[in-house]
Design a protein around this ligand. Structure first.
Ligand SMILES: Cc1cc2nc3c(=O)[nH]c(=O)nc-3n(C[C@H](O)[C@H](O)[C@H](O)COP(=O)(O)O)c2cc1C
Length: 305
């Protein structure tokens, strides 16, 4: 997810059990012309991260893929993004309206790298033409596809379509869209016939969703507190103290469903020093645990009397 899945957050997802992840989408043009500006987005000490590129020119994408290949577990091409700025440049989801170009991009990237090449797609631009899109990807040599079960025009409206019949294609497939709980994960996998399922917004809302799926367990509040603090430290270590504002987008997830969370979030949003954030996390979670403990004691006393 652009603006979200940086190194620190990817590592947190891996810690909870995600088996692979993707970088934020990276402009192929920037990789080729101004590598320094995008270098921090690339995986470092992470074994199973695909680097996702977006762009429109087959040659530039091929050059960019070659440059990022040493950092990547594999290369992923974005043909799904519905954001206006991206579509205007005939990149992302706009490529689903120009399958000939998409094929050229895939072919050109494939021939410039050794590692596998996958393509992130939606079911169509305006209407469902998934079958046609998948055949184009296969014809051009893609090793796999990830399908968000909506059209580009739909953006995030309606419900993601999981009945994708992906097992018929004989390449590696992943289903994406509206997986917010472990049950959704299993249902999406079964309904789509995909080999794997991707979690985007669900990981932001509840980063430990991966533990619920892979280990069938929900972590204790103390574990969530420790991970929140660890995440903050990793963010600082990787991108410096000035980047801690990025932690604000995770606070709702880490405190999801907890009593007093709204007030805490409001307070947290105003903090801009690492030590203040760390202290606030410590105080909020400790006071939550203390209240829970008191409530249990009261319940026990009431049961006895
Ligand atoms: C804030 C945000 C940023 C996203 N950025 C990307 C991206 O860079 N590349 C990509 O392939 N998909 C991106 N997506 C789409 C997700 O990968 C996913 O396909 C979509 O959100 C549906 O899945 P979900 O219901 O699990 O969120 C983004 C989604 C969100 C909400």
């Amino acid at each position: 997810m652009a603006g979200i899945t940086n190194r620190a957050f990817r590592k947190i997802c891996t810690f909870w059990g995600a088996q692979f992840s993707f970088t934020e989408m990276i402009s192929a043009e920037s990789v080729v012309r101004n590598f320094k500006t995008v270098q921090r987005m690339l995986p470092k000490d992470e074994p199973n991260v695909a680097v996702q590129l977006f762009g429109n020119d087959p040659k530039t994408l091929a050059q960019a893929a070659k440059i990022v290949e040493p950092y990547a577990a594999w290369i992923d091409i974005n043909a799904a993004c519905p954001v206006k700025k991206v579509i205007k440049k005939n990149s992302g989801g706009a490529l689903l309206n120009d399958l000939e170009r998409l094929e050229k991009i895939i072919g050109s990237v494939k021939s410039s790298v050794q590692k596998p090449v996958t393509v992130k797609i939606r079911i169509g631009f305006e209407k469902n033409i998934l079958d046609q899109i998948v055949h184009s990807c296969i014809k051009a040599g893609a090793d796999g596809i990830e399908v968000h079960g909506r059209t580009v025009v739909q953006k995030y409206s309606g419900k993601a379509f999981w009945d994708l019949k992906l097992s018929q294609y004989g390449i590696s497939t992943a289903v994406s869209g509206d997986i917010f709980e472990a049950e959704d994960f299993h249902k999406a996998l079964e309904m789509s016939g995909a080999n794997s399922a991707l979690i985007a917004r669900g990981a932001l809302r509840k980063p430990w969703i991966f533990a619920q799926i892979t280990q069938k367990r929900t972590p204790k509040i103390t574990e969530i507190k420790e991970t929140f603090t660890k995440h903050l430290k990793m963010q600082i270590e990787d991108e410096g103290e000035r980047s801690i504002y990025k932690m604000r987008q995770f606070v709702a997830g880490y405190t999801h469903g907890m009593r007093g969370a709204r007030e805490f979030r409001e307070k947290f949003m105003k903090l801009n020093k690492p030590e203040d954030m760390e202290k606030a996390i410590e105080e909020f979670f400790n006071s939550f645990l203390m209240n829970e403990c008191n409530n249990k004691i009261v319940e026990w006393i009431e049961e006895q009397s």
